[in-house]
Design a protein around this ligand. Structure first.
Ligand SMILES: O=C(O)CCC(=O)C(=O)O
Length: 275
């Protein structure tokens, strides 16, 4: 599928704060993602736990550099990067990627938050940032698919922190927003992609099913929004785009050799572990 977004798709992203592109990656590419992800022991070794406070545990594997491997090829592919540049109206660079893993029955929930709620702390002046959430497994309500609050990016950044026993966006604001904005469950098939703005409120439930829910999330910042201070995510550096065909070519290459995984225990800079 080409990277070209229609005017309707661009308008929908601007209006709603998200855009779902079914089949952005075809069945063969989706099969490569799933096979490579599940076979790669690096994900087991580098995954860290995020307790959801309700008895579940979400796992995250995070890396900053989009390298010369399959995961780098996805993050750098023309299809995603050009779409991001269209949606954010500037050159973009790779801010980080992460594999969000919810194991069957125990995979944890994510509470309501905006990514910019956290990325703001990293010295990014503008919310001109976005993510591409690519389904590796089928994402359903039962296995804890993403939920977005349609149009919530237009609220601007909501205060984030610890509120009672919850961490995330201010629950009073979220509750008010939920009265006027539509809650959308992003049930998608492998290879389908959700583009979402960094101020879009999102969450997901625990995985109560027998099926895993793995999703790859590639996050981008714009060149004009180069952070004014150092954090656990990078400053602007030009992203070398790859042709879409690189995904199939890289499919068989090793993952870990190229990837500089982030370990929260070894990093003293500000960071919540939530990406
Ligand atoms: O994987 C999910 O369900 C949510 C992940 C997320 O919100 C995040 O990484 O910021």
């Amino acid at each position: 599928m080409s990277a070209h977004l229609s005017t309707e798709q661009i308008n929908a992203f601007q209006e709603d704060g998200y855009l779902i592109v079914p089949g952005l990656f075809d069945a063969e590419e989706a099969r490569i993602f799933r096979t490579a992800a599940k076979a790669d022991k690096a994900f087991e070794r580098h995954a860290y736990d995020l307790e959801d406070g309700e008895g579940g545990t979400a796992n995250l594997v995070l890396w900053n550099k989009a390298g010369e491997d399959l995961w780098g090829a996805i993050a750098r592919c023309e299809r995603i990067v050009s779409a991001m540049e269209t949606l954010l109206a500037d050159e973009v660079y790779h801010y980080h990627s992460k594999m969000s893993i919810k194991q069957p029955r125990i995979g944890g929930a994510w509470s309501w938050h905006q990514d910019y709620g956290y990325w703001y702390q990293n010295g990014c002046l503008y919310p001109d940032m976005a993510s591409a959430f690519i389904a590796v497994d089928q994402n359903t309500k039962a296995n804890g698919c993403m939920q977005v609050l349609k149009g919530s990016h237009r609220m601007g950044r909501v205060e984030h922190g610890r509120f009672g026993d919850q961490t995330g966006a201010d629950p009073e604001r979220v509750e008010a927003a939920m009265k006027t904005m539509e809650l959308v469950y992003v049930e998608i098939e492998p290879g389908d992609t959700l583009f979402f703005h960094s101020n879009t409120l999102h969450r997901s439930d625990q995985n109560t099913s027998d099926k895993p829910r793995w999703s790859l999330i590639c996050c981008y910042n714009t060149r004009h929004n180069n952070p004014y201070k150092a954090s656990h995510h990078p400053f602007y550096e030009p992203l070398e785009k790859l042709p879409d065909s690189a995904i199939r070519e890289m499919g068989s290459k090793l993952f870990e050799a190229e990837t500089d995984f982030w370990d929260p225990a070894k990093d003293q800079t500000v960071g919540t572990g939530k990406g």
